[in-house]
Design a protein around this ligand. Structure first.
Ligand code: FPP
Length: 240
C-alpha cells in the first residue's frame, strides 16, 4: 500500500450506463434508471461500511434537459419518489443529504422535496451523500464568477490565493474528491466537478451503473491505495 494515497474522504461517481443496461434487456430506459437507484442504495451502504464520509453522485446535469421530455419527466419523478421512499431509512443510517446545482430552477415539487430532505437528514453524521442535480462544473464556476462580480473589489479580500476561489462554489464546505468513478467504460468528465477534480484519482470500470456493487468499490479502493498521489511533487520529496 502506498503511504501517499492517504485516507479516502470523498468518492464522486458519474453513474453511466443505465440506458444500455435497459436496452440489453429490451426494457425502456427508465427501467435502467430505476435499477440505478438500487445501485445508489448499495453504494451508500458500502460507503458507510468502508467509513467513507463523503459520497457524491451525478444525478442530473444541466445538459440532461436535452434528453427526450418523457425521460426528463421520469427522472424527476423518480427523484421525488426516491426521496419520499428512502428518507426515513437514510436518516436512520446517519446519512445526511446535500444537493449541489441549480435547485431553484427545478420543477417546484422537486425543489421542495430536495430542500425538505436536506433539513430532515441534517443531523446525519456517518455519511454525507451529495447529490449533483441540475448541476454542471461550468455552471458552478460561472455562478461563482457572478457572485464575485457582485461583491466587486470586496471579493479580493477573500481571494488571497487560487484555492480561495472554492469559497464561492456550491461545494465550498465539501472536501475535494480523492476518487472519481465513471462506470460503463467511458472516459469523460462530462462537466462534473471541474474545479474540484484537479488532483483526484480517476477510475473507469467497465461495469454499467445498475450492476455497480460493493465488490467493485472495494477493488477501486484497493487500487487507490496502490497509487502514489504526488500533488505536483516528486516521489523522492514525498518519501523524504
Ligand atoms: C446515466 O446513464 C444516468 C443518468 C443521466 C441519470 C442517473 C440517475 C439515476 C441513477 C436515478 C435518479 C437519481 C436519484 C438521486 C433518484 P445513461 O442514461 O446516460 O445511460 P446510457 O449512456 O447507457 O444511455
Amino acid at each position: 500500500m502506498s503511504e501517499t494515497s492517504g485516507k479516502v474522504v470523498h468518492v464522486a461517481i458519474i453513474m453511466d450506463g443505465n440506458g444500455r443496461w435497459a436496452r440489453r434487456r429490451g426494457l425502456p430506459r427508465v427501467a435502467g434508471h430505476r435499477e440505478g437507484v438500487k445501485a445508489i442504495r448499495r453504494t451508500v451502504e458500502a460507503a458507510v461500511e468502508f467509513g467513507i464520509p463523503y459520497l457524491t453522485i451525478y444525478a442530473f446535469s444541466t445538459e440532461n434537459w436535452m434528453r427526450p421530455p418523457e425521460e426528463v419527466q421520469a427522472l424527476m419523478h423518480l427523484l421525488v419518489a426516491t426521496i419520499q421512499e428512502q428518507a426515513e431509512e437514510l436518516k436512520k443510517q446517519g446519512v445526511r443529504l446535500r444537493f449541489i446545482g441549480h435547485i431553484d430552477a427545478l420543477p417546484a415539487d422537486a425543489a421542495e422535496k430536495v430542500r425538505w430532505i436536506e433539513r430532515y437528514t441534517q443531523g446525519g453524521e456517518r455519511l454525507t451523500l451529495v447529490v449533483a442535480l441540475n448541476y454542471s462544473g461550468r455552471w458552478d464556476i460561472y455562478n461563482a464568477a457572478r457572485q464575485i462580480a457582485r461583491k466587486g473589489t470586496d471579493a479580493l479580500e477573500m481571494l488571497k490565493n487560487p484555492d480561495d476561489f472554492k469559497h464561492f462554489l456550491t461545494t465550498a464546505d465539501i472536501p475535494d474528491p480523492d476518487i472519481l468513478i465513471r462506470t460503463s467504460g467511458e472516459y469523460r468528465i462530462s462537466n462534473f466537478l471541474l474545479w474540484e477534480l484537479a488532483y483526484t484519482e480517476l477510475f473507469f470500470p467497465d461495469v454499467l451503473w445498475p450492476d455497480f456493487n460493493k465488490e467493485v468499490l472495494a477493488d477501486i479502493l484497493q487500487e487507490f491505495h496502490r497509487r502514489e498521489r504526488r500533488f505536483g511533487m516528486t516521489s523522492e520529496q514525498l518519501h523524504s
